[in-house]
Design a protein around this ligand. Structure first.
Ligand code: SR1
Ligand code: MG
Length: 417
């Protein structure tokens, strides 16, 4: 559009975008649209627009961080990164993300498929709901988008162009670099935590090994431009029905290490697991539900490994570990050994990122409803302390934890402390 940027409102939306054919054709006459603003995230405006023939979601970036206000400006360009990530994710894992119908860079607007009756996964996990195929879809999504966005699969000139473009998402990377990797470990201005956690927080902030681990993970995030990441893959970025899972909100997309997305996702499942005693009513039902969550964590990693391995064997068309290098070793033994070594490196990173994400959602600016919704402060602090201690072990001992069984045992032991 030629008009200078202006934030939409439910009152102005139909007049502002009603003439766009791609939207009109899909949902019908703008004179009959009804518009609701439903954004409850930290950054953007989100509208659901219902027309006579259907509905769409209109997402618009604001020039500042919604959670904080206009004292924290944030570039509109994040809508460009979100749009570009969405179309790549749709190519690399068809059906995994909402379909995009229209993008307007100047107005920072992405118009996309309205997912219904999907709800945010975090809400489902807090309420004890289950989703068929959740782990498999998420594990496959990670493997496909991470593998196919890297030099394992892409023509390297395209990967380099994409890396250069997505590394331009500087301000959102800056949020992650500060809020995730540094703020939890000192008294940063925007931090907040449940007051009864003070002694545990003191312990963590005096922990040299943990500080070093967090900075090693930050170095990996900031400098290892391995693949296109979703960049903010937590349970608030996943929408589900009882049988379907979709991934949304890749505005933090950047080029970074594969373990980042997987680790963040697992951290959020572990928060769902460890916060359950603050939500579930009956211990029997709670125990079974917690075990279901751990099953999701295990199956997610297994699905990631399986799909990554399948792609490794069938789509290794990039400049890395070329098949021709290994041809003289019967049954491509060398390529298989290399695959296992890559997966071991991703696993170690995954644990590191997971531990750090478990900390930042309790100590930094942006928290998780999983714990925030626990009204009784003493209960919340007790459960959050467990998550902090588990996060510490994962981050610091990431090189020694070599199996998922160890992670699950650690979660079960932590849940009893
Ligand atoms: C200021 S933005 C805070 C957090 O919200 C987003 O969802 C990201 O997770 C970010 O770290
Ligand atoms: Mg988001």
């Amino acid at each position: 559009s030629q008009q200078a940027y202006e934030a939409l409102s439910p009152e102005t939306l139909a007049a502002r975008i009603g003439a766009i054919e791609a939207i009109r054709n899909r949902i019908g006459d703008p004179a009959a649209w009804t518009v609701r603003e439903v954004g409850d995230g930290n950054l953007n405006l989100v509208f659901i627009v219902d027309g006579p023939d259907g509905s769409v979601v209109v997402k618009q970036a604001l020039p500042y961080v919604r959670l904080v206000g206009d004292s924290w400006p944030l570039p509109l360009k994040r809508a460009f990164f979100e749009y570009n990530a969405l179309i790549r994710q749709a190519e690399r894992d068809p059906g995994s993300v909402p379909e995009v119908f229209h993008f307007d860079e100047e107005q920072a607007i992405v118009v996309m498929e309205f997912l219904a009756p999907h709800v945010i996964l975090r809400k489902v996990l807090i309420e004890g709901g289950r989703v068929e195929g959740l782990a498999e879809m998420l594990g496959r999504f990670c493997a496909r988008t991470l593998f196919r966005g890297s030099d394992l699969a892409m023509p390297t000139a395209r990967r380099k162009a994409d890396a250069a473009m997505f590394l331009g998402n500087v301000e959102l990377c800056d949020i992650t670099e500060n809020l995730v990797f540094s703020d939890p470990y000192f008294e940063a201005e925007m931090n907040h935590h449940t007051p009864a956690l003070d002694p545990v927080v003191k312990l963590l902030r005096e922990d040299i090994d943990l500080k070093i681990a967090s900075q090693h993970m930050k170095a990996a995030f900031a400098t290892n431009a391995e693949t296109m990441l979703h960049g903010d893959l937590h349970s608030g970025s996943v929408m589900v029905t009882e049988t379907e899972t979709k991934v949304i909100d890749p505005e933090f997309a950047t080029y970074g290490p594969m373990g980042f997305d997987v680790g963040m996702l697992i951290a959020n499942f572990l928060h769902a697991y460890l916060s359950q005693p603050g939500h579930a009513e009956t211990p029997g039902a709670r125990d079974a539900y917690q075990e279901w969550i751990l099953g999701v964590v295990a199956d997610l990693w297994a699905a990631f490994e399986d799909e990554f391995s399948r792609l490794w064997r069938s789509e290794r068309t990039g400049i890395l570990y070329q098949a021709s290098l290994f041809e003289d070793q019967g049954h491509a033994r060398g390529a298989e050994q290399a695959r296992l070594e890559r997966l071991a490196a991703i696993w170690r990173d995954t644990l590191g990122f997971c531990g750090i994400e478990m900390h930042r959602r309790i100590l930094s600016l942006a928290h998780n409803a999983d714990f925030e919704k626990i009204e009784d402060e003493a209960t919340r602090a007790r459960l959050e302390a467990r998550a902090l201690m588990m996060g510490r072990t994962l981050a610091v001992a990431r090189g020694e934890i070599t199996s998922m069984a160890q992670v699950l045992d650690l979660a079960r032991a932590t849940n009893k402390e």
